[in-house]
Design a protein around this ligand. Structure first.
Ligand SMILES: *Cc1c(COP(=O)(O)O)cnc(C)c1O
Length: 408
């Protein structure tokens, strides 16, 4: 169920201004919010180096802002490498974390200069024999996570029991496994999973230390840091406190890294949509928006999230209402059976917390264009030189809309 709130119509002036100038739907990416999120996670985990998981929202302006903040990047494909290359990210600040790769993928990453890779089984490990003098490997361990919204340990990761034998295999093959990694699952609301995973890895690292010449010197604790999809904030310092405590038990030589995606970008974007059609059907008022589950709201399908909607409307008697998307498909429905006053055509509906796994998974089904991205609070230094997908074209030099003057 989507949460929603009604806001008075005179509050939508700034959104109207934007849609008048740039059309509807829009995807508003606020770089100040991304910076704030990055800094608060840094503060909550000061001993941990952060590698932003590019897949969550691979927008070049967002990546540039994080680059300036000192972030590293977690990449999983040659396409993601291309975006980083264009904004001149030094390859040593990247790690390639896809556990399953073709030889081409490895070569593309090596040509770029990325030398840290993740594997989770003997086949994948042995793919590195030809490159063994140039790479350091992280071995991904699986910890199942019932409390995560998206359990990422079903598809990837070896079991803790398999770690010693894969480490031995690597030693015999002359491949350097430099550390362990895990990802407990995305939007993980309970830190017990991370704490247990860190404790198990601690045991594995210490055991390996006793028998091997090359110690495991990196622990990658993955992503999963949660946000609130309702109108609340997550206290990330409190959330991370048990994780920090568990990390403090690791041997001193272990460097810890993390791969946050959602936490950094989810709060950094809103979508602006407009009611473009209406109908009364089966006792419900249907409102057709110009963005839907094949577009920015794709996260409702792929990421299992229901976004908080803000509707700019006059108060009045309420009716059970439906928000549907613009495609001809019947699953393209954003929210059903929500009590709303009568909404005129042209009503603005804003989706909040829509930065993560939204624009990244949007399609152009029905040949409908993806929402245009407007970048707020960033001077775009790359402008049109940066060959990015069309829907990622940013507005040059646009300033924030929160009470600031807009410069075009
Ligand atoms: C998707 C992914 C992440 C990011 O996860 P969030 O839950 O968005 O923080 C990090 N690491 C890996 C390997 C991933 O696949």
């Amino acid at each position: 169920m989507n949460t929603f709130k009604l806001s008075s119509v005179d509050m939508d002036a700034r959104y109207r201004e934007l849609t008048a100038a740039h059309g509807s739907p829009l995807f508003l990416l606020d770089c100040d919010v991304a910076r704030r999120q990055y800094r608060s996670l840094r503060q909550a985990l000061p001993e941990v180096d952060l590698y932003y998981a590019v897949k969550a929202l691979p927008h070049p302006d967002l990546l540039s802002v994080l680059h300036e903040e000192g972030a590293g990047f977690d990449i999983a494909s040659t396409g993601e490498i291309e975006v980083l290359r264009q904004i001149h990210v030094a390859p040593r600040r990247t790690i390639h974390t896809h556990p399953v790769k073709r030889d081409r993928d490895i070569r593309d990453a090596l040509r770029y200069g990325c030398t840290t890779f993740v594997v989770d089984n003997p086949d994948e490990l042995l793919k590195f024999i030809p490159y063994r003098n140039r790479v350091g490997i992280l071995l991904r361990v699986s910890f199942r996570s019932p409390s995560a919204l998206v359990d990422l340990s079903r598809k990837f990761g070896c079991s803790a029991d398999q770690v010693p034998s894969i480490l031995q295999l690597a030693e015999r093959a002359g491949i350097h496994i430099k550390g362990l990694s895990f990802h407990v699952g995305s939007q993980c609301t309970d830190t017990r999973q991370q704490v247990q995973a860190i404790e198990t890895c601690n045991v594995l690292i210490r055991r390996h230390h006793d028998v091997a010449t090359m110690p495991l010197s990196i622990l990658d604790i993955g992503g999963g840091f949660p946000v609130s999809y309702e109108d609340r904030e997550v206290d990330i310092a409190a959330y991370c406190a048990p994780i920090r405590e568990a990390l403090s038990q690791l041997p001193a030589h272990v460097r810890v890294i993390a791969e946050p995606g959602r936490f950094i970008c989810a709060p950094a974007a809103r979508t602006v949509t407009t009611v473009v059609g209406r109908a009364d059907r089966q006792g419900m008022k249907w409102y057709y928006l110009d963005d839907g589950v094949y577009g920015s709201f794709s996260g409702q399908i792929f990421d299992h999230v229901r976004y908080h909607l803000e509707i700019f409307a006059e108060d009045g008697p309420v009716y059970p209402s439906v928000f549907a998307g613009p495609t001809c498909d019947s699953i393209d429905v954003i929210a059903e059976d929500i009590p709303l006053p009568n909404l005129p055509l042209g009503t603005i509906v804003v989706g909040h917390m829509m930065g993560a796994y939204t624009a990244a998974t949007a399609t152009e089904f029905n040949s409908l264009k993806k929402a245009r991205v407007l970048v707020l609070n960033r001077e775009n230094r790359f402008g049109t030189v940066c060959p990015v997908p069309e829907h990622f074209i940013s507005t040059l030099g646009m300033r924030g809309i929160k009470g600031r003057r807009m410069v075009q």
